[in-house]
Ligand binder design. Structure first.
Ligand code: F3S
Length: 292
């Protein structure tokens, strides 16, 4: 690395719209509700530094609804189940700040509406993901299913005499190609197929840009929580184009030996990485370059 190190920051690096909204709501809560206990149900986002900062301001994570009493609870961006929402509403003196991303909320509403109208609802997604658990809860249990591949489409959809009525949607972070493949596989059913494209492009935009950057940089840094699935995915994608791709949580993780002979460093960050962690990394890199 020389003094003329070029640092390119991906335009899509960092907070997506839904995460920014959730973190803003959490940040404003102590002023809006002074002297009240403020809890988030689970970590507000998968970034330990942001969770720590909020804790220092009195916004504390809890995983147990039994710990909630009078005060404030913040629901995180990927939403909660309908049953859990109903339980929260029954807690006396509890104010609910619903930070569910509007895109996730829209998908929940589609499941509820199509279920009510008698459709079989198919959700493409990871069965154990909290967003998916939330989505399923809005459907009729016998007529709502989660699938991960086209092979899991029930055979009976193609065989039954009565025309099928199917509504298809996806967890917001699913790949568009998978959605297209499953929608295509459902086309031959006899009956009606309603396709709702609930995929949010924040994830795919980040992924395309990382691939493009990794192809033209000598080294890539992906910043984000070790527990952040979308950050890990960005790192994996980056490695496919640039073996010198490193996943860091903060600037403290930087190792000078990574940058030997490097002229251009590309930086991206997961959807739950705050801007200050990106800025801090850039400053640390510039310092390293100036010393070399
Ligand atoms: Fe919302 Fe898309 Fe982010 S669904 S939480 S804006 S990844």
């Amino acid at each position: 690395m020389g003094k003329n190190l070029t640092i390119i920051i991906a335009e899509t690096a960092g907070f997506c719209f839904g995460v920014k909204r959730a973190v803003n709501l959490a940040n404003r809560a102590p002023e809006r509700y002074p002297d009240q206990p403020i809890r988030t149900l689970g970590p507000i986002i998968h970034n330990p530094q942001v969770v720590e900062q909020l804790a220092a301001r009195g916004v504390i994570k809890t995983d147990d609804i039994a710990e909630l009493g009078p005060g404030v609870v913040i629901i995180r961006s990927h939403g909660i189940t309908r049953q859990l929402a109903a339980r929260l509403e029954k807690i006396p003196g509890l104010t609910i700040i619903n930070a569910t991303c509007p895109f996730v909320r829209r998908a929940q509403e589609i499941v509820a509406k199509m279920s009510e109208r008698g459709y079989e609802v198919i959700i493409i997604g990871e069965p154990d993901h909290p967003e998916v658990a939330g989505l399923i809860s809005y459907g009729e249990p016998e007529r709502t299913r989660v699938i991960t591949t086209a092979k899991e489409i029930p055979e009976r959809f193609f065989q039954q005499k009565k025309p099928a009525r199917i509504a298809l949607l996806a967890q917001t972070t699913q790949p568009q190609e998978l959605y297209n493949e499953i929608a295509g596989a459902l086309l031959p059913i006899k009956g009606e197929l309603r396709c709702f494209n609930t995929i949010c492009t924040a994830t795919s935009d980040r992924q395309s840009e990382v691939l493009e950057l990794a192809g033209r940089c000598d080294c890539m840094l992906i910043i984000g929580g070790r527990n952040s699935a979308n950050t890990n995915r960005l790192h994996q994608l980056s490695l496919t184009r640039q073996p010198r791709s490193y996943h860091i949580e903060t600037a403290r993780d930087l190792r000078p030996e990574w940058f030997a002979g490097v002229d251009t460093v590309g930086i991206s960050a997961g959807a739950s990485t705050p801007q200050w962690l990106i800025d801090e990394t850039v400053t640390a890199l510039q310092k390293l370059a100036s010393r070399s």
